[in-house]
Design a protein around this ligand. Structure first.
Ligand code: AMP
Ligand code: ZN
Length: 477
């Protein structure tokens, strides 16, 4: 499989550290608000990556953190803790909003068929690990204390910038939004590992540490949680593209300084979901949620299809018009599956199955080309093979795509059956159908006066009849 690696800036052949096994780490949500559908684009595409790796036979262990402390309003070390901001907004405690929005996040994931990672760890549950790693970084000379905080010293590294060619001047005050001068830093790129109350007095969650009562920085949590559960060598680290700098850059700096060797081999970054006015973000307050889409009548899996129809390394513009096109595509595929289920299935023909599967794998092996993966479904529908083979292929692809196509088709058939059953036991429907049958018989016997009389009787009852080549249909007003 070829996978674009932001660290090498090319598509690399994916080879895990240990044969047959993959360790995968995902930056989890900052739980101070609902996840917006932009955040969820990242989690959908990461879910497809995980599912595809499992599909081709890897034993994947995936870990995700929950950021419930330390992520400040600027991704650099300024502003207040986003969690505190959320708690103030809702007049609740930080732990209350963390619990509420963590549950809301996983409910959204469930609706979008995003699998819960094997390990989910809130940052507040790993404080001892953070302190242990920070202590070691100080001992090794990679971190220093200033003004009560502990900073990582980026000048101690041979290479700090990994993903982009940022220069220190790019970090000048005012150049990047929200960056203020922090006089304690020895170098502009240095970042905080541990804050003490000397910096933010009203911080709600604080812990004792060798450097005083305080709380961890955002970056240290992901390094430590990954190392705690996945060991010293990580295969794939995922996140949205905005996390590449400074968050992932800082993660690499501190993890490799602590370990003394290379840490993560592949960096998988999902590009942004934008609106016409720019990146969708929680802080701007203008964002769409899964619940909002549902309240407008959209099936969340249609949003999943919308995301799969474009490549994860291209930014994607959200509009209702584009989403409506995904609705049409989704309904069309489900309708085809309904027809297949109603046909005489026949046997699964293994050569045809393998040929269909090969097309799907070629698409996904090419840097997770999900849009061609979706096209592979259309190709299956056009194949000259048995319905059983087609349905088996669609279900097989769905282990990765997660669109519930056959599930939705079966639900539709069940709904039709229930409706037919309800109609059969409804006296009014029985009366209408008896009159329609009598009208057909009258027409056949060329008794047009009787046929017309029945039509007017039905009209009086509020029933409109429509004659079609497949027979007479009716509509109750
Ligand atoms: P947060 O909850 O802000 O920590 O972000 C959770 C994840 O969503 C991170 O991986 C971000 O990089 C990602 N993300 C944030 N905004 C967007 C967006 N508009 N489109 C796609 N991913 C995003
Ligand atoms: Zn992270």
């Amino acid at each position: 499989m070829l996978l674009y690696n932001s660290a090498t800036r090319r598509r690399d052949e994916f080879v895990p550290n240990e044969e047959g096994k993959v360790s995968m780490y995902t930056c989890g949500p900052t739980v101070y608000h609902y996840a917006h559908i932009g955040n969820l684009r990242s989690y959908i595409m990461e879910d497809v990556l995980e599912k595809y790796l499992r599909y081709v036979g890897y034993d994947v262990t995936r870990v995700m953190n929950i950021t419930d402390v330390g992520h400040l309003t600027s991704d650099a070390d300024t502003g207040e803790d986003k969690m505190l901001k959320g708690a103030k907004r809702e007049k609740k405690t930080v732990l209350q909003i963390a619990e509420y929005y963590t549950n809301a996040f996983f409910e959204d994931c469930k609706k979008l068929n995003i699998k819960t990672p094997d390990v989910v760890a809130p940052a507040t549950s790993c404080i001892d690990e953070f302190i242990k790693v920070i202590k070691s970084l100080i001992e090794k000379g990679f971190a220093y204390e200033a003004g009560g905080n502990i900073y990582f010293d980026t000048s101690k590294l041979r290479q700090y910038y990994i993903f982009n060619d940022f220069r220190e001047e790019d970090l000048e005050v005012g150049v990047r939004e929200g960056v203020e001068e922090d006089g304690n830093k020895k170098n502009k790129a240095d970042f905080v590992l541990w804050f003490t109350k000397s910096k933010f007095d009203d911080q709600e969650l604080k812990w004792d540490s060798p450097w005083g009562v305080g709380y961890p920085g955002w970056h240290i949590e992901c390094s430590c949680i990954s190392m705690k559960f996945l060991g010293e060598k990580l295969d794939i680290h995922c996140g949205g593209i905005d996390n590449a700098f400074p968050h992932h850059t800082n993660e690499i700096a501190q993890s490799e300084a602590f370990l003394g060797h290379k840490w993560c081999n592949y960096w998988f970054h999902v590009h942004h979901l934008n609106t016409n006015s720019g990146k969708m973000s929680k802080s701007s307050g203008e964002f769409l949620t899964v619940s909002l889409l549902e309240s407008k009548g959209y099936n969340p899996l249609v949003y999943r299809l919308f995301c799969l129809q474009s490549h994860y390394r291209k930014s994607l513009v959200f509009s209702y018009e584009n989403l409506d096109n995904a609705v049409i595509a989704y309904n069309k595929i489900v309708a085809k599956a309904v027809s297949l289920l109603k046909e005489d299935a026949g046997e699964v023909i293994s050569e045809d199955f393998e040929a269909g599967k090969a097309k799907f794998c070629t698409a996904l092996d090419n840097d997770l080309n999900t849009s061609l993966g979706v096209t592979a479904i259309y190709d299956v529908l056009k194949m000259k093979t048995t319905p059983a083979t087609k349905l088996a292929l669609i279900e097989d692809f769905d282990r990765v795509l997660g669109l519930d196509i056959v599930v939705a088709a079966k639900a539709q058939i069940e709904k039709e059956r229930e409706a037919a059953e309800a109609a059969a036991s409804d006296p009014f429907i029985q009366e209408i159908e008896a009159l329609i049958a009598e009208r057909a018989a009258a027409k056949k016997a060329r008794d047009f006066a009787r046929a017309d009389a029945i039509r007017s009787e039905l009209t009086d009852k509020g029933v409109t009849i429509i004659d079609t080549p497949e027979g007479t249909k009716y509509k109750i007003d």
